[in-house]
Design a binder for this molecule. Sequence first.
Ligand code: B1M
Length: 211
Amino acid sequence: MKEIIESIKEGVLQGDREKTVEFVENAINAGISAEKILKKGMMPAMAEAGRLFEEGEYFVPELLVAARAMQGGMDLLKPLLVVEDVEPVGKVVLGTVKGDLHDIGKNLVAMMLKGAGFEVTDLGTDVDAEKFVEAVKSSGAHVIGMSALLTTTMVNMPVTIEALKTAGLRDKVRVMVGGAPITQAYAEQIGADGFAPDASQAARLALSYVS
Ligand code: B1M
């Protein structure tokens, strides 16, 4: 099993989408759980890519191909993590905040939420406050989830919270935030209802809002 997991890491780090998909397929066929493939293989590989970027060994193009390889693997894991065709336990509007194009973590959160039985409206990346507010209005969401990966874009989270207040929606929806630079203290500071450090805890937090 260790070898298969190592090959997945290598596939992502080399930005080889085809190989990554092949290695993930091998792992699934070998009976390794989707969660293990993600947590032991793909996520550590992205963390390593980030470290290499910080050290100046990787540049944006390397990060981009690594992200594409990761996404290829995630597409295979999706059906294993998501429960289809069941009555939703609640509705979540999800997006990466304005100015921010990182979506791997947000996509994982979407998968886990769907796996937990939520109907998810995924607004994608670079989502401004108005778009979040409109989506909450039109979907009647119980929870809004905002993701940010940059210290320069996390400041757009409180902007959305203010816009929800202005629209008279703040009391109707729970606000959940996450992403690498986000902490519990920051969530409290900006008046969010909760923070989750990873995708599975995000799903657990959202469930606590609807149960
Ligand atoms: Co960017 N990038 N990037 N990048 N990138 C980081 C975030 C960075 C830390 C790298 C570094 O310097 N070490 C750094 C940010 C520094 C800072 O702000 N302090 C950085 C930078 C600087 C940049 C650019 C500015 C680089 C440039 O152009 N010079 C640029 C900005 C573009 C923009 O957004 N406007 C940029 C671009 C990119 C790419 C496009 C090349 C690519 C993104 C591709 C994509 O997402 N489709 C990319 C990548 C891949 C990364 C790193 C390497 C990996 C991010 C990732 O996908 N991690 C990242 C370094 C790192 O994080 N180690 C980095 C894997 C993912 C599973 O984890 O997203 O943290 P994460 O999600 C976690 C949790 O955070 C949590 O759950 C997930 C795990 O279960 N979570 C939530 C996430 N959202 C949540 C929401 C929730 C709850 C939990 O509730 C709603």
